[in-house]
Design a binder for this molecule. Structure first.
Ligand code: URA
Length: 263
């Protein structure tokens, strides 16, 4: 018990309100294909092409190849604009604004959540609500800060009404944006927070408990799977497991620093 109490203290445990799930689905208007835009000089160039094969195989053979292929060419400015103007699924109908992502665009660490809630929809920034406070504490527990060497994105960029879990179709419509963010950031490690991000990035629907200790990767980038902060707010015992996962992520990162990939 003492160990768990120490872990919880370190992770700044506070009892916050839960996200709710509702079953409604929005209608799905046809996606406009974003115009291809030239690279903007102020955007950092993508890091070396370690994602090429993963990104290519993820993009081939889907129904929206052309749209996905166009998105895969966008620089940061064009990508942000395409996300903000996206009408590829029904989530756009009720959003106040799309929430592209936040953080260091050259970060070594990428954290991926599910989708914006009410506060994120209002502010245009991921993880600013109660789950965000816990995420900040989780980052602090392993010596990270959201504005330093960390980028935070979501599986879907628009708020699902009632904070329900996004549908597979909504995640598929948003996936090219997430893949492009991964390619542009080119992190050294990806931490997937909850089932939706695992579904979206890895296309794997196994349970988190089956996946969390497995050696996983997206292309050449190691992936660590753990529980979503909103889930942790209502499932106290899983916080200790998340602490283990974060420590494992830190070890994998240190290992990758000690033995960098040859590019
Ligand atoms: N939950 C998420 O998955 N993402 C956010 O941005 C906020 C809450």
């Amino acid at each position: 018990m003492r160990k768990q109490a120490a872990i919880l203290q370190e992770m700044g445990y506070t009892l916050w309100q839960l996200r709710q799930s509702t079953p409604e689905h929005g209608e799905q208007p046809q996606p406009p294909v974003p115009a291809e835009k030239p690279s903007m000089p102020e955007s950092p160039a993508p890091k070396a092409g370690i994602l090429d094969s993963a990104a290519k195989s993820a993009l081939s053979g889907t129904a929206s190849d052309r749209r996905a292929e166009t998105i895969a060419t966008l620089d940061w400015a064009a990508l942000t604009e395409a996300i903000q103007e996206c009408h590829a699924c029904g989530l756009c109908a009720r959003r106040r604004q799309a929430v592209p992502g936040i953080g260091d665009r050259t970060a070594d660490w990428l954290f991926v959540g599910e989708g914006p809630g009410a506060e994120e929809d209002a502010k245009g920034e991921p993880f600013v609500g109660q789950a965000g406070k816990l995420l900040d504490n989780m980052l602090a527990a392993i010596g990270l800060r959201r504005d330093h060497n960390v980028y935070i994105a979501n599986a879907v960029k628009c708020r699902p009404e009632g904070n329900r879990t996004p549908s597979a179709e909504e995640m598929a419509a948003c996936r090219p944006f997430l893949l492009r963010q991964i390619a542009l950031v080119a992190p050294k490690l990806i931490v997937l927070l909850g089932k939706s991000s695992v579904h979206s990035v890895l296309k794997d629907d196994r349970s988190l408990s089956a996946l969390r200790k497995k050696p996983l990767s997206f292309g050449a980038i190691p992936v660590v799977v753990t529980y979503h902060p909103a889930y942790l707010l209502r499932n106290l015992p899983e916080k200790a497991k998340t602490w283990e996962d974060l420590c494992r992520a830190r070890e994998i990162f240190r290992e990758s620093e000690a033995h960098p990939l040859l590019e």
